[in-house]
Design a protein around this ligand. Sequence first.
Ligand code: 7TS
Length: 414
Amino acid sequence: MIATEEIMHAFDVENIRRQFPVLNRTVKGKPLVYLDSAATSQKPQVVIDALVDYYSGFNANIHRGIHSLAEEATAAFEATRDAVKNFIHASSREEIIFTRGTTEGINLVAYTWGRQNIKAGDEIIISAMEHHSNIVPWQVLCEEKNAVLKVIPINDEGELLMDEFYKLLSPKTKLVSVVHVSNALGTVNPVKQITDAAHNAGAVVMIDGAQSTVHLDIDVQQLDCDFFAFSAHKLYGPTGAGVLFGKKHLLETMPVFQGGGEMIKEVTFAKTTFNDLPYKYEAGTPNIADVVAFKAALDFISETGKEAIAQHEHELLRYATAQLQSIPGLTIIGRAKEKAGVASFIIEKLHTQDIAIILDNQGIAVRTGHHCTQPLMDRFGISGTTRASFAVYNTRQEIDALVSGLHKAIRLLS
Ligand code: 7TS
C-alpha cells in the first residue's frame, strides 16, 4: 500500500495548475482562488484546444454527410461515446446517450420511462438531499399520474437513514432516484446498497452522478443501476454536454423523448419507425463541438490518474475540514463519514451572501445560498451555506487563503 504522503509527493499540483489557463488570472487584484468546482470545474488547455481544433479543423454536421469533414466530425463525436463507455464501465456504447447535462438526463427518464411505467398509486422514492433537478421532474410526473413521492430522511450528519429507506420500499415502489454525492453536503451515498435493495423490491434505480463522476471511480455494471446521469462541465469538460447511461433493455422499450432528425429510421405521414440505440434518444443536431472536446477532458483525467486525483482531493477536504473547524462560530453542514469534494458551512450571525462578497474581494470564489437543494436547507433549518468545493488543481495554500478570508469576514461583519 502506498502512503498518502508518497502519493501527494508524486502528484504535482503545480504542473496540473499550469494546464488550466484561467488559474493565472487575478480577481480584484488578487490571484484567483477557485473553490467553486462543484458548480462547474475549470477547463484544461487540452479541452480548450479541442474546441478550437474542432471549429477550425473539421466542423461539420454528423451522421449524415459523405464528405470528409462530416466523416471526421462523426468519428470524433463517436470516439467520445467510446471514451465515456470506458470511463463508466458500461457494457455497450449503445447505452451512452448524449444530453445537455444531468438535468436533461433525469428529465429524459421522467418523460419516457416515467410516463410509460408510472401509474396512479405508484411510489417514487428520492432522498432529502436531492438537487432540484432530481426532485422537480418526479414531482411533475407524480402530479400528472397521481403517483406518490416518498423521501428518504437523513440524520444530522447528512447521511441517509438506510433503515427508513428499507421501510419505504414496497411493491408500490416503481423507481428509486438518488444522488450519488451530494452537491451541498459532500455525502457519498451507498448507492450500491440502495440499488440492490430497490431491485429486490422490483424497482428501477436512477443515480444522479453529477458530483460523483469527478471524484469517484464509476462502474455502472458493478453498481447495477438502471440509469446514471452526469454533466461534462463538472468533469473538466465543456458546458452544454452530458451523458445518460441506461441499461439497453430499458432504453430499447422506452418511448422516444424528442422527435426529429436523426432519431428516426423511416418517416411517412402514416407512420415513423425509430432509429437504433443510442440515436433513438438523440434528436436533431447534437452539441457536436462540446461532445468532441469532452473526450479531451476524459483523457486528461485518465492521464492524471483518477486514484491520484481522488487522493489529492481527499487530502484537501481533510485539511480544509480541520482548518475550518478551528474558526470560532463556524459549523460544518454535512459531516458524513463518507464525503467527497465539498465543505459546506455556516458562521454564527453572518449572512452567507456577505461572506461571499468579502471573499470575492480577496479573489476567492465560493458558492453561497441553497445550492438548488432548498428542501435540504429546510431540513437543517437554514437558508443556505457557504460552500467551498475542491478539484484536482486546488492547493493547501488556497485553503489557507479561504481561512484567512473568513477571519477577515468575521472581523468586518461582527
Ligand atoms: N445534480 C447534482 C447533484 C448537482 O450538483 C447538479 C448541479 C445537478 C444535478 C444539475 O446539473 P446540470 O449540469 O444539469 O446543471 N449542481 C450545481 C451546484 O452545486 N452548483 O451549481 C450547479
